[in-house]
Design a protein around this ligand. Sequence first.
Ligand code: SF4
Ligand code: SF4
Length: 439
Amino acid sequence: MSKKIVDNKSFIKRNLFPVRINDYMSLSGKYDDSAYLLYAPLNKRSMLCSEEQINAWRSQLNASGRFSDDNLNRLLLDNQLSQDQGFVCSPRDVYAMTLLPNNICNFSCSYCYAAKGHGSDEMSEQTLKTVLDFFIDPDRISRRDLHISFGGGGEPLLSWDRMLYAMRYATERADKHGFKVHFSFASNGSVISSEIINELKRYNVKTNISFDILEDVQNRQRRNYKRVCQTLDMLLDNDIMPTINSVITPLNVSRQCEMVEQVHRRFPKLRRLTFDYVVDGQLFSTPDELRSFLRDYTTHFYQARDLGFSYGTIDVSSIKHHNLGMIKSRACAGGFDVNAHGDISMCFFVSSPQETLYDDFIYGHVRDGRVEYDEQKFKALIDYSSNSRDDCHDCFLRWNCGGGCLFHEKSYSREMLDEMCRFQREFSLIALLKQFDDE
Ligand code: SF4
Ligand code: SF4
């Protein structure tokens, strides 16, 4: 069934998006061609309706700018959420920072986005102190809850002394100036000790472990299956409940249910799994290959999510799924990611001078006791991901997706990006429709 061209301006102008379901899901056979979802992202509501209702509502909006039913006005038009929830427009306003304490890694994962930059560099204590003095500063920022995450570049726990120094210093400074700092980190799960466990508990650090769950897949993509299992056992025995981040590639795309079963059997205390598909502009040679992979990803993701739900304890999510709960006026919230050399990047995906996009993404430095940044470059970088593109304007995901991020934009061809948009709409529509399954 081809897509009908209809004029939805009167809806879109009011941040309402009529979506004819079979434009995306005709293969499911579940909906007839006149079935619509009316999506109101800024009211966090959606409703199933017919084409006839959409046509009647379009006439009402064209005539008076309102619906004739006050209840509908209240639910869909009034009290829309702010379109800028926590987005920063200058490095002066950042409240979330990522520290990449080294570029050292003891793994060599097949899909590692940071592999080119691996080496032996660690962030100095002086750099950490300088950037924390800047970050936790009552003269810079008025909001009092701040977020620091430790990530890679490399494996952050291989620089445990730097991480610990940063958490101690940040906490002392936060206490002194009336801030609350929330910590998190992402690790490959190879490094753990009683001391690390104790400090993670002391500083209430949110723990993320990258792990591909199935032994054969982990050992092909990341290796070290047994070692990571030991780390998870130790964390769980000490009541630290990590989120597991698994990368979905062609190797495990159809095995997502098996992954949930394995977690249920082997690590019954685990609660949160994120299954994100691999970001690699070179992996698929044609848009059709990418489409087929993303369709498989969608099908098996929702089966795995339903299975986790049926166990009553396991939440399977992903960045794209999580985005449906967010309101975004642009794709990138505005990153402040400091690498081992003290350079400040817009995105932790681009953290090493060996990467071709490095000069594009670096907008500042921590050096000689000072934090310096190029405000104009920061602004240009965040504006680049603005959802003002023509395609985004009419897209029902514009307030959840924000227009796609600059890293994706630079990593994929236009045809591939179009496939990713198509996938994102199908994937999100399924999530929006699932809420009606039990009604
Ligand atoms: S553990 Fe992380 S940084 Fe290390 S090779 Fe794997 S993906 Fe790359
Ligand atoms: S899914 Fe694509 S078209 Fe829609 S808002 Fe995102 S980038 Fe724009």
